[in-house]
Design a protein around this ligand. Structure first.
Ligand code: FMN
Length: 190
């Protein structure tokens, strides 16, 4: 028997600015796996943020306020990032730097995904992302992190995920994130 579950909102953020980004496609795939009470919204304005500078950290910059509010209003966040030169893309790191002092990710349930056409699955970028997630105080559940190697062959030309093992990993990641969100909400009621 299923009881009525409270609607929850997950914010999806791709580390890639590319229009046909495989990382963005993975997040769309993840959203399609979500149960009815879980809504996804996509933050797609990493390139609207100015370069982070502590001197303007407290200035009222509209794009920064929108980014911080999108994270603050989400019950959980999922990141999916490519690897550029063994790190996360600069535009993505820049967005994370804007959250350091304001703290919107502190104690936020978060899941992390990296993907690459290479066999490494962007594991160095993923490791860097996890360091930053730790610095920001996020809560990452077990099964909440997935690296996807050889990603190109796992999607069809039309952008459909056609690799069952990856689909299962994404489903587990999503379930873990949703459980972490429910656990946090239950703890707040007590
Ligand atoms: C400037 C640049 C640097 C890259 N460096 C790496 C790298 O260090 N490791 C890696 O696995 N792939 C690297 N790649 C390849 C990306 O994984 C590949 O372009 C991927 O499709 C980007 O993700 P997206 O499709 O979501 O944009 C690099 C690509 C670019 C454009």
């Amino acid at each position: 028997m299923h009881h009525m579950e409270k609607q929850i909102n997950i914010l999806a953020v791709s580390g890639s600015l590319r229009l046909t980004s495989i990382n963005t496609t993975i997040l769309k795939e993840l959203a399609a796996l979500a149960p009815a009470h879980v809504g996804f919204s996509f933050y797609e304005a990493l390139d609207a943020l100015p370069h982070f500078n502590p001197d303007i950290d407290n200035e009222p910059v509209a794009s920064v306020t929108q980014w911080r509010q999108a994270v603050a209003h989400a019950d959980g966040v999922v990141f999916c990032t490519p690897e550029y030169a063994f790190g996360i893309p600069g535009a993505f790191k820049n967005a994370l730097d804007w959250l350091v002092s304001s703290g919107e990710l502190n104690e936020k349930p978060v899941a992390t995904i990296s993907a690459s056409p290479l066999p490494s699955g962007a594991d160095k970028a993923h490791a860097a992302l996890l360091h930053t997630m730790k610095a920001l105080g996020t809560t990452i559940p077990s099964n909440g992190s997935v690296t996807i190697p050889a990603v190109k062959v796992k999607f069809s030309e039309e952008g459909q995920l056609q690799h069952d093992a990856t689909k299962h990993e994404l489903q587990h990641l999503l379930n873990s994130l949703i459980t972490a969100i429910h656990e946090k909400q239950a703890a707040q009621i007590l």
